[in-house]
Design a protein around this ligand. Structure first.
Ligand code: HDD
Length: 733
């Protein structure tokens, strides 16, 4: 029996722990080990390789129920992919608060530090279709379903704090503009085409999020190294009924890291499942991704103290104005059993709330509250998608909703209406103290008007704040990304109009972009914004609100977590390598939490100079430096001599250099690094105990201290990238 089935109408409360959802799902799991194949109706099948024919050369017979059932099922396997966020990967886990949050919210899953609530998290790209590559430049979805004792709570966020638009009525336009063109369905999973930049240049409110998407945040290294933002301002309500504004923020414990653009593009070909595979393999290996949930809480009376409107989803609250309060941690510790049943069928909805959490009047959020249920009806063709195992709450479900395609629940009795006396008034209404959801009693009044508050008419200040907060390397990447994206725009006018928008972010930034895409910087008239802004009480109140000019919290580089944990390190070998060097360094790297792989020309057991053997994990044909965070070349005369003659090994080093990754080499291994002729390379010179460190390249001569070398190499890996190399990059990789 599932938990849902176990429920009684006695208004009992459900005890939830981190195992609850798994136990519920177990009711639906099916393994075929030791079983006979059957039809969907349970009839055992004795032959499935041939259809039933009128003679071995004759036509297939209509009466072949096995063929018809099998083929029909196959013909109907597809359901519509999500209109946005079609490509995603998900994992199970649990959330545990650090302490009771009762002062802010009565949400039970946040009330007790001993409470572990099961979660299912789906990460996604936004624009591409289900089969598109993972590493494209895009925002990433970060949607979490908490299976709480009070019902499912969905926090449906992105890895980018602001959103493109302010009002949900523009969402279909935004998505039409960014998706492939309607005539030729190009390009796939990319904003780099005229229609998106046409729209963006005419909608200056998109500028802030555009800065984020152009930044390294648009190409995350891993779902495990990606922040998540609830984006909107929500409400926390406590037991006393006091409401406060709240923003949600996930931070990965591994730190926030990104790919570089050249790497992202190559990965799209060499391993289009890069992010999906990384998440799956990490969980499989027991390296469970962890994210800390923080909140920014704003008292209701402080609503107008900022220089932006809290209800404007194109804005964030700078952490320097309202610091993050960490409230708990999420651990993802189990891969799904079946992609379709779980990852594809999970259905999120920002309107899935629990007592203690409520929405605000943010006009983007308000529109989302309609769109998500509507889109699920398109995907599932039935209102009964809530009965699909992954979507079922772990607490009881009782109401008078009934029937529809594929109804699972067998509702008993005659009383399918309310009020009733025949069913003793059940299912009954829950008073607030029994967990009945009561919407926050916000006072609202106003004229019916298709307009936005003037307080939303501020489209550049936070785009500028973002730009000002970046390091020089991060700024360079934004400019280069703009060169790529706008470089693919054929219309001169659109490119020019976008540069004019960037001028309002920062004139120097606009010039840098313009120089790469062949347009002049026009200070620009204001882009004809499509918003209908009216001055109201709110806009008068925020006029002199608080702001900051720079927010170091926005820079990934400034907040880098220096760790070797989960980093992928390649050791390049051929026959004749130095066994002791390899084992010593491999052990040290593994001890520090890195994943080490032996890479060679072909799969085989390599022979070391001392006669011992070592298994190759990946061949150059199937892998490349783009799939690693660092590379190490150990000594061994024959091994290094072979690699020096090999394009693959040299390319590996050059490319790792180009992508600013840590490179380590010891003894004869240094020769391979020298052969690659890296610009500005300094290597350990003398045949003494010398170790050289230059811009993430660590070399150690014979006799050097292994501890010293590994510690310097680990340090270089933990820095993730060595951007100081970037201005010297002239390598052909
Ligand atoms: Fe959305 C899916 C996040 C604005 C309409 N959205 C979807 C998913 C995420 C987000 C993570 C994928 C969920 C999953 O993995 O199944 N969306 C956001 C964020 C937004 C946002 C953070 C701005 C703050 N979305 C937004 C608006 C609308 C939608 C304004 C429409 C009014 N979003 C949808 C949708 C999707 C969706 C069409 C497609 C598939 C789905 O809902 O389940 O309803």
């Amino acid at each position: 029996m599932s938990n849902q089935d176990k429920s009684t109408s006695s208004a009992s409360t459900t005890h939830v722990n981190d195992k609850t959802k798994n136990e519920q799902l177990d009711q639906f799991r099916r393994g075929d080990e030791g079983e006979y194949m059957t039809t969907d109706h349970g009839l055992r099948i004795n032959h499935t390789d041939d259809s039933l024919k009128a003679g071995s050369h004759g036509p297939t017979l209509m009466e072949d129920f096995h063929f018809r059932e099998k083929m029909t099922h196959f013909d109907h396997e597809n359901i519509p992919e999500r209109i946005v966020h079609a490509r995603g990967s998900a994992a199970h886990g649990f959330f545990q608060p650090y302490a009771s949050m009762a002062k802010y919210t009565k949400a039970k899953f946040l009330s007790d530090p001993d409470k572990k609530t099961p979660v299912f998290v789906r990460f996604s790209t936004v624009v591409g279709s289900r089969g598109s590559a993972d590493t494209v430049r895009d925002g990433r979805g970060f949607a979490t379903k908490f299976y709480t004792e009070e019902g499912n709570y969905d926090l449906v966020g992105n890895n980018i704090a602001p959103f493109f638009i302010q009002d949900a009525n523009k969402f279909p336009d935004l998505v039409h503009a960014i998706k492939p063109d309607p005539d030729n369905e190009m390009p796939q999973a990319s904003a780099a085409h005229d229609t998106f930049w046409d729209f963006a240049s005419l909608m200056p409110e998109t500028t802030h999020m555009i800065m984020w998407v152009l930044s390294d945040r648009g190409i995350p290294r891993s779902f495990r190294m990606m922040e998540g933002f609830g984006v909107h301002t929500f409400r926390f309500i406590n037991e006393q009924g006091k409401s406060r504004f709240v923003k949600f923020h996930w931070r990965p414990l591994l730190g926030t890291h990104s790919l570089v653009w050249d790497e992202a593009q190559k990965l799209a070909g060499k391993d289009p499942d890069w992010l999906r595979r990384d998440l799956w393999e990490a969980i499989d290996m027991g390296e469970y991704p962890e994210y800390e949930l923080s909140v920014q809480v704003v008292e209701e009376e402080d609503e107008f103290k900022f220089d932006f409107d809290l209800l404007d989803a194109t804005k964030l609250i700078p952490e320097e104005l309202v610091p993050l309060e960490p409230i708990g941690k999420m651990t993802l510790n189990r891969n799904p059993d079946n992609f379709f049943a779980e990852t594809e069928q999970v259905a999120f909805h920002p309107g899935n709330l629990v007592p203690g959490i409520d929405v605000t009047n943010d006009p983007l959020l308000q529109g989302r509250l309609f769109s998500y249920l509507d889109t699920q009806l398109n995907r599932f063709n039935s209102t009964n998608f809530t009965e699909v195992p992954i979507n079922r709450p772990v607490c009881p479900v009782h109401n008078n909703q009934q029937n529809g395609f594929m109804r699972q629940t067998i509702n008993k009795g005659k009383a399918n209406y309310f009020p009733n006396s025949i069913g003793n008034g059940c299912p009954m209404m829950a008073p607030e103290k029994m967990g009945g959801y009561v919407h926050h009693m916000e006072k609202v009044e106003g004229h019916k008007i298709r307009a936005r508050s003037e307080s939303f008419n501020n489209h550049y200040s936070q785009a500028t704040l973002f730009w000002n907060s970046m390091t020089p390397a991060e700024k360079k990447h934004i400019v280069e990304a703009a060169h790529f994206e706008l470089g693919k725009v054929e219309s001169y006018e659109i490119r020019e109009r976008m540069v004019a928008n960037f001028y309002k972010v920062d004139p120097a930034f606009a010039k840098l972009v313009a120089d790469g895409i062949g347009v002049d910087v026009k200070k620009g008239e204001d882009s004809p914004s499509t918003g209908n802004f009216v001055e109201d009480e709110a806009s008068k109140k925020i006029k002199n609100g608080k702001s900051v000019k720079e927010s170091p919290a926005l820079s990934m580089e400034k907040n880098k977590v220096a760790t070797v944990k989960s980093r992928k390190v390649a050791i390049l070998l051929e026959d004749g390598f130095n066994y002791d060097e390899v084992t010593e360094i491999k052990e040290a790297l593994t001890k520090a939490g890195a994943n080490v792989k032996i890479v060679s020309k072909i799969f085989k057991n390599l022979q070391a100079s001392n006669g011992k053997t070592m298994k190759v994990d990946k061949s150059h044909v199937t892998t490349g430096s783009i799939m690693f965070d660092a590379v190490y070349v150990p000594g061994g005369v024959a091994s290094v001599a072979a690699m020096k003659k090999q394009g693959d090994a040299l390319h590996f080093i050059l490319e790792a250099y180009k992508h600013c990754k840590a490179i380590g080499a010891s003894t004869e291994g240094i020769e391979l690094i020298e052969a690659a002729q890296l610009p500005g390379l300094i290597v350990a010179k003398a045949n003494t105990e010398e170790i050289a460190t230059s811009k993430g390249i660590i070399t150690a001569r014979k006799g050097a201290s292994v501890e010293e070398f590994t510690s310097a190499f680990l340090d270089a890996i933990s820095k993730h990238r060595h951007w100081e190399r970037e201005d010297k990059i002239m390598v052909p990789a």
